[in-house]
Structure formats: C-alpha cells, structure tokens
Design a protein around this ligand. Structure first.
Ligand SMILES: Cc1ncc(COP(=O)(O)O)c(C=O)c1O
Length: 422
C-alpha cells in the first residue's frame, strides 16, 4: 500500500527545505510542456539553473569581463579576482586545504581523464592493478580501462551485491595479488543512487600503496563533501549537476601528488618559461589549466555553491532521501515494475526501474506527453546494465526543487504508459 507524501516526512517542518518555494528561483518551471506543468525528473543528467546563478554570470559578463591572469589593467584584474573568488568558494565547499589544489576544468570527465593521463600513464607498470567497480559511470571507467591497457596494467572490477551496493568481501584476495596502484570509485551512483561508504575502501587502498580517485560528480550536488574527512587523493565534480553552468568542473587533488605530476594539456598559461629547447611548468593550479579558463562558468559555479550553501546541503540531502522513499513506495504500486538499487536510506534521490515488456525509450517518450521528463538508456553505465541483465532502465532523479507532486505525475504517467501497451 502506498502512502501520502506527508506521512513520510519525519524531519521537523522548520528544519526542512521548502521545494515549492525554491521553484520560484528556477525560470524553467514557468513553462508548460504538452500543456502540462513540467515534472523535471532528470536532474542526475543535469540540474536546472537558479536565477541567482544566471544573474551572477550575467553580472560578470556585463561588468567584469576580460581575459584573466594576463592583463595589468583594472578590468582584467577584476575578472581575475572573480575567477579566484570562485576557486576559493570551491575550495571551501570541498573543505580542501588549499586553493592551489582546486583545478578548473570542463567537467568531471575531464578531471578524471587528467588523473588517468597525468598520474596513471606515468606511474602504472605492466602487471599493476587498477581497481574500479561495476557501478561506475563510463567517465570513471573508460579512462582507467584505456590507460591500464596502454601500460599493460590490469583492470579489476569490485562486484555489487543484489541491492547494487559494493561487495567488499573480495578485498583480501585482491590485496594478495599485490601491485594495486589505483582505486577509483564513485561516491554516489548516477544509475542506482547507491551511496558508497568509502570508510573501509580508502584506508584499504592506501594500505596497498594505491591512490584513491573519487568521482564526486553525483555526490557534490546532494550532500556535504569534505575531501579531508573522506581521505581520498583526488575528487572530481561537474558544475552543471549542482545548479551551475555547463562547461566547468573541478578536480581537487593533494598538493604532493599534483606537484609530482606532469601536465595533462599543454599550451598557454600553464607554463613558467618557454624556450626553443625546453618548457617549464607553472605553479599549481595553473600547471593543469592550459588555455583560457572557463571564466564566466567558474563564476557561475561559485554562485551555485553560494546558492546551495544558503539552502544547506544537509537539508538538500534530507529532502532527497524523503523523495526517494516516497518514489520507491509509490512506484512499487505500478503493476509489472522492477525497481533497482538499495533501500531509500542508503540511496540519493535517484530511482531506476523497468516496466515489464516495455522498452524504456517508449516509457520515456509516452511520459513526455504527460509533461514528465525522465531519462531512459544505459546512463553511461553499460557494465552495470550488463550486471543487471538489461540493456537500459528508466531513471527518475530528484533535486532540491523536486516536489512530490512531480512523482505523483510520474506514477500517473506510468499508468497511462501501461494502458498504451495493454
Ligand atoms: C557519477 C558520474 N560521474 C561522472 C559523470 C560525468 O560528468 P560530466 O559529463 O559532467 O563530465 C556523471 C554524469 O552523468 C556522473 O553521473
């Protein structure tokens, strides 16, 4: 039997996030689609943008725009200050020890590739082992597979339990094989919403002498991250998933590792001196920021961080847990549905499912006619789909602006889908 949303709400009203009120910050919700209010349930792919963030980018373009770090005139100094302020906001958001460890890149994919190329390519030897998991997004899988292959190293996958959580029972056997150099996992799965506890895995990786690379793309929007408490060596995030613009992401890495690494991309800005016979690299973080920075985008990311922190990451996380619990309960009532992933208390606001005998693309397309936007496909997680024994799933994902009525709209839409295929 399903419940009404308010029966789920365990958190006291005054401590709660008011998603209905927050929606006014997001201009996208002023539109209708197919004559229906938009039920946007695809935030795991990319989040919507609050006015505050859009205005900060606009303000930068209108008042402070020039190329950064190069100019000596006031406008260029103002632009540089804005970029460096965004870096400081990102540092504080991740509780990184130093701004020099925060590298602005295009997205999380580029951040993970940076570590794969600038650390993996130089440090892996034939016979070494790189450990990833069956849960990974291709962005934290393919770079490791590729670089391991180039270096003659082996890629090993930590398996999942039937609930889509990491099964760590094979760690001792893996350790006995030796030569583990890199362990790379996501903190939150974009497909199943699984929240990975890294408490055991990070110390284990370090005991093996490996570095630990954390894909924080799906965690950073939804929960308070603290790189020092996590104990990881690198962490990657994407701005567009956390109310920021597309085109900017960040890599955090430990100073001692970043300093010992060769650059990933070379060219302008990342140098100290260039002579005909030799080039030397700039200081951190510039060594890893070749070319013109994503300036306005970084300013937008800084404003997005301000926005998220003003609401409170703890409130956002609690809101999503409630929505996940509500969605799992309501979806379970739909005939012929299969729900994937762990129980609500161990997952972020992401729910993957399939309807018996109906292809996810058909489901998503018919839902669109009800104003419901969900994702259908392999979610860039083909190894996981293989494990689940499916080619694709439907995925509904939630954020701070998601309201329970959108989940109701989804469930009603699924009944409509069933009718089409009856
Ligand atoms: C868990 C996870 N890692 C990495 C990425 C890659 O992010 P981006 O496409 O912004 O580089 C995504 C995007 O969906 C993701 O969900």
């Amino acid at each position: 039997m399903s419940h009404r949303y308010d029966e789920f709400v365990a958190v006291k009203a005054d401590a709660k996030l008011n998603a209905h009120a927050l929606r006014a910050d997001f201009p996208i919700f002023e539109q209708e689609f197919h004559g229906k209010p938009l039920a946007f349930l695809d935030s795991a792919a990319s989040s919507q943008k609050p006015r505050q963030m859009l205005e900060a980018m606009n303000h930068f373009y209108e008042t402070s725009y020039a190329n950064v770090h190069r100019g000596v005139y006031e406008l260029a100094e103002r632009a540089t200050e804005a970029l460096e302020h965004a870096r400081e906001r990102t540092r504080a958001f991740l509780n990184a020890p130093s701004v020099r460890e925060v590298i602005f890149l295009r997205n999380a994919t580029e951040a993970l590739n940076l570590v794969a190329y600038a650390w993996g390519l130089w440090n892996l030897e034939p016979g070494d082992i790189v450990v990833v998991t069956e849960l990974e997004h291709h962005s934290n899988f393919v770079p490791w597979q590729f670089i391991a292959g180039k270096r003659g190293a082996e890629l090993r996958l930590l398996p999942l339990t039937e609930h889509g959580e990491l099964d760590l029972s094979g760690l001792d056997a893996l350790a006995a094989e030796g030569n583990i150099k890199i362990v790379a996992t996501t903190l939150v799965s974009n497909s199943l919403g699984t929240i990975n506890s890294l408490d055991r895995l990070v110390p284990w990786a370090h005991e093996q002498g490996a570095i630990f690379v954390c894909d924080g793309a799906q965690a950073a929007p939804h929960m308070k991250l603290d790189v020092q408490a996590l104990g990881v060596d690198f962490l990657a995030v994407s701005g567009h998933k956390m109310c920021g613009p597309s085109g900017v992401g960040a890599l955090w890495g430990k100073t001692e590792l970043l300093q010992r690494m060769e650059p990933f991309l070379t060219g302008g800005h990342m140098i100290s001196s260039v002579r005909a016979d030799r080039t030397t690299w700039g200081e951190l973080p510039h060594k890893f920021e070749a070319g013109t920075a994503p300036m306005a985008e970084a300013v937008g990311l800084g404003a997005a961080i301000d926005y998220l922190e003003a609401i409170g990451l703890d409130k956002i996380e609690a809101h999503e847990h409630e929505l996940a619990a509500y969605a799992l309960d309501r979806l379970a009532e739909v005939p012929g549905i299969t729900l994937y992933g762990p129980p609500a208390d161990r997952r972020a606001g992401i729910v993957s499912f399939n309807l018996d005998g109906i292809h996810p693309h058909d489901v998503a397309q018919i839902l669109d006619l009800s104003g419901v936007a969900i994702r259908a496909g392999h979610h860039c997680c083909q190894p996981l789909m293989h494990k689940l024994g499916v080619a694709a799933t439907n995925r509904a994902s939630f954020y701070l602006y998601t309201v329970p009525e959108e989940i109701d709209q989804l469930v009603e839409g699924l009944y409509a889908v069933r009718k089409v295929f009856a």
